[in-house]
Design a protein. Sequence first.
Length: 279
Amino acid sequence: MPTTDRTVLSSLSAPLVLVGAGKMGGAMLEGWLNLGLPPQQVVVLDPKPSDEIAALAARGIRVNPPAAGIGTAGVVVAAVKPQVAADVIPSLAAHIGPDTLVVSIMAGKTLAFLEHLLPASTAVVRSMPNTPAAIGRGITVAVGNARVSPAQRSLADTLLAATGAVEWVDDEALMDAVTAVSGSGPAYVFLLAEVLAQAGEKAGLPPDLAARLARLTVTGSGELLHRSPLDAATLRQNVTSPGGTTAVALDVLMAADGLAPLMVKAIAAAAKRSRELAG
């Protein structure tokens, strides 16, 4: 991460309020602290903080302090489940001033939804991270409302980049597809490892060996894709010898009723659910 990004976080003059410190919120918090965000500048609001989050109080982070003592935040990061957003977001109004930036990582919740619940003229960034953020290898896509200044966008980019890559879009309508592809995508990859192991068992492998082969094949292939300048299709072709074992397996997976139409159907279902969560 560039030194300038560290400077942005270390120089925050108003509190950063993290609302919801579950797996994703906790991963982001760890990334911010690693980038130099002073613990004394962090307020965590969570009705059931984990032991790990509670322990951060010893480093100076304020966990569930009295509302009157928080004051106006520089940044509010909303990381609660989307199902409780309508109840939680209005309670943040007391901590939002004219220069406060609100960053949401709640699936499906639109900028209009957030603007309706927040004070007028609040700068809002809607984003969609994914679970590899826990190891700093996430991908987050973000979109801001018209009130987000260039400086606030830069700040949001720094906060989101603490857990991996960041992409920005101008069309918020793309966020439902983003949620379906990258937000939910890790589960699809884990399912691949799961069913690959199960297929190995059915082919005669001992369960523990099948699980190891599947796990390391998926993780190794993912790392190769990450490091290689080649696209996924070329890497696939490079593994495939005409008439070989890979080719006949791909004939099944790439059939008209194979993996591609199933994935299209799955992404469509996830994107539809994202739109439903918008309320």
